[in-house]
Design a protein around this ligand. Structure first.
Ligand code: DAH
Length: 345
């Protein structure tokens, strides 16, 4: 009994002296574990005379309860403390300046393509892509362009030393070959726009680049007329350039449309005349080529020209972006100079 009392006396100092949960577990083992004084007493009960057993048993129970309470109180204290320490080390200093990073944004060419396609999607058109390495067959023959046409010369077109020499492979000079490719694969009605890169054997200068972007449009149905073409393009011009924009159509020639025209939009930065940087004082800016699909093209793809009619158009993406934003020269689109590009987020 002596040493049980002694144990109860030294226990508070031992328990309260622990400063971590591990230390407390060690103290608990020492006080209540299998090799503790308490366990020793418990084991000795059987050897006592029967009349002493209840009193000793009770004393041991009480000692266990007292020690247990002591340990639990200390455990609660240590847990609160370790939680406090964890919270303190996890604290976010909201007064710290945030790390700066630059968010990306779409290039002006990409956003222009997206915007134009959205306008035509609104009119029921589909957006399709096509190959940049194209055959002479689709780039020229299918589009009613004879072998002698000057645009087929190496001074204009970039030829690739690749594929079947009988069908020359070249970098497409326009997005128009997709007219033939699409019609070959689909029956009318057809309403598609084709954005993409095109290539010409041009030396880069303020208005030329060997690679640039076009968006082709093609509509084929039962009785489409030039008025439908004009109305569609006027709608596009108002949506893209603003409601005050006027358009005009001038006759032109393209082998794959008959009649063919070029569309101009009224200059937004002058009233015509003077030294306008955008239109050179003419008051109008050429935006695109267009026309009614030539019957020869319909025949080539297997459509019956007496049953269908349609119109097509092709616009330069850099050009319409330049006209809308007054960006010049052309190389600003390809230089990746953020001082220029970040103005068009
Ligand atoms: N493909 C022509 C070019 O690159 C532009 C063009 C003109 C496209 C008339 C057309 C069109 O679809 O009908 O200059």
């Amino acid at each position: 009994m002596e040493s049980l009392d002694a144990l109860l006396k030294k226990a508070p100092t031992l328990v309260k002296g622990t400063s971590t949960l591990e230390e407390l577990s060690e103290a608990e083992a020492e006080l209540l574990g299998r090799r503790s004084v308490v366990a020793e007493f418990q084991r000795g009960i059987g050897r006592l005379p029967p009349e002493e057993r209840p009193a000793v048993g009770k004393a041991i129970q009480e000692a266990r309860r007292t020690l247990g309470k002591l340990i639990e109180t200390q455990r609660g204290r240590l847990e609160t403390e370790s939680e406090r320490l964890m919270l303190a080390s996890d604290r976010v200093d909201v007064s710290l300046a945030a790390l700066e990073y630059q968010e990306g944004y779409t290039h002006l060419i990409t956003s222009t393509i997206e915007e134009v396609c959205d306008i035509f999607i609104g009119l029921g058109y589909r957006v399709v892509g096509g190959p940049e390495a194209e055959s002479g067959t689709y780039n020229f023959d299918a589009l009613n362009t004879p072998p002698t046409h000057p645009s087929r010369l190496e001074s204009d077109t970039l030829y690739l030393d690749w594929g079947d020499p009988a069908d020359e492979i070249l970098l497409r000079t326009h997005t128009s070959p997709m007219q033939a490719r699409y019609m070959e694969e689909h029956d009318p009605p057809v309403y598609v726009v084709v954005p993409g890169k095109v290539y010409r054997a041009d030396t880069p200068d303020a208005t030329h680049s060997p690679v640039f972007h076009q968006i082709e449009g093609l509509a084929v149905d039962e009785d489409l007329t030039f008025s439908d073409l004009r109305g569609t393009l006027a709608y596009f011009a108002r949506e893209f350039f603003g409601s005050e924009r006027r358009i005009r159509m001038l006759p032109n020639f393209f082998p794959f449309t008959e009649p063919s025209a070029e569309m101009h939009a009224s200059c937004f930065s002058c009233e015509g005349g003077g030294q306008c940087r955008v239109c050179g004082g003419v008051g109008w800016i050429e935006l695109l080529g267009c026309g009614m699909v030539d019957p020869n093209v319909f025949e080539w793809v297997g459509y019956d020209p007496s049953k269908v009619s349609g119109f097509a158009f092709g616009m330069g993406v850099e050009r319409i972006a330049q006209v809308r934003h007054g960006v010049s020269p052309l190389r600003h689109f390809f230089d990746n100079d953020l001082r220029v590009l970040s103005q068009f987020r």
